[in-house]
Design a protein around this ligand. Structure first.
Ligand SMILES: Nc1nc2c([nH]c(=O)n2[C@H]2C[C@H](O)[C@@H](COP(=O)(O)OP(=O)(O)OP(=O)(O)O)O2)c(=O)[nH]1
Length: 131
């Protein structure tokens, strides 16, 4: 099966996490962490900085890799590096997504995550608890 390499930003501020809702495509209306595919010649960290600039008009600081999610969708294998990030500058403008929410560790489970993200949520809860 084909592997797609993706990066995602878990943007944290004051114990809250920024979640976005897909505005188009196969997973439209599903909730995710903003990000996208790594392009040729790019590192994962470069890719997440670029994606957040493109999708949200915001500059982020990449803090640490929280997890690499490996998940089999029917048509491809997803390998997704998920980075804890903070905002350096910008207002998280939704240029591609249809909605966004700041979720607490208590409300993280309240949205319909993309299938691959389900297992990540508990790890994010633990991270917030510790930090
Ligand atoms: N960004 C992101 N993608 C996710 C998450 N969970 C998950 O299964 N995915 C999947 C959905 C897509 O198949 C893939 C991301 O690809 P994408 O279509 O957003 O990538 P891209 O921005 O480079 O998009 P495009 O130019 O190809 O349209 O990863 C997540 O939390 N964040």
């Amino acid at each position: 099966m084909k592997t797609i390499k993706v990066v995602a930003a878990i943007i944290i501020d004051n114990g809250k996490v920024f979640a976005t809702q897909r505005g188009y495509g196969e997973f439209k209306d599903g909730w995710e962490f903003p990000g996208g595919k790594i392009e040729e010649g790019e590192t994962a960290r470069e890719a997440i900085v670029r994606e957040i600039r493109e999708e949200l008009d915001t500059e982020i600081q990449v803090e640490e890799l929280l997890d690499t999610v490996e998940y089999d969708y029917p048509k491809f294998h997803l390998s997704m590096d998920c980075f804890i990030c903070t905002v350096k500058s910008g207002d998280l403008v939704l240029k591609e997504h249809e909605a966004a929410k700041w979720l607490t560790k208590e409300t993280l489970g309240s949205v319909e995550w993309l299938p691959a993200d389900e297992g990540l949520i508990e790890k994010i809860r633990e991270y917030i608890q510790k930090n």
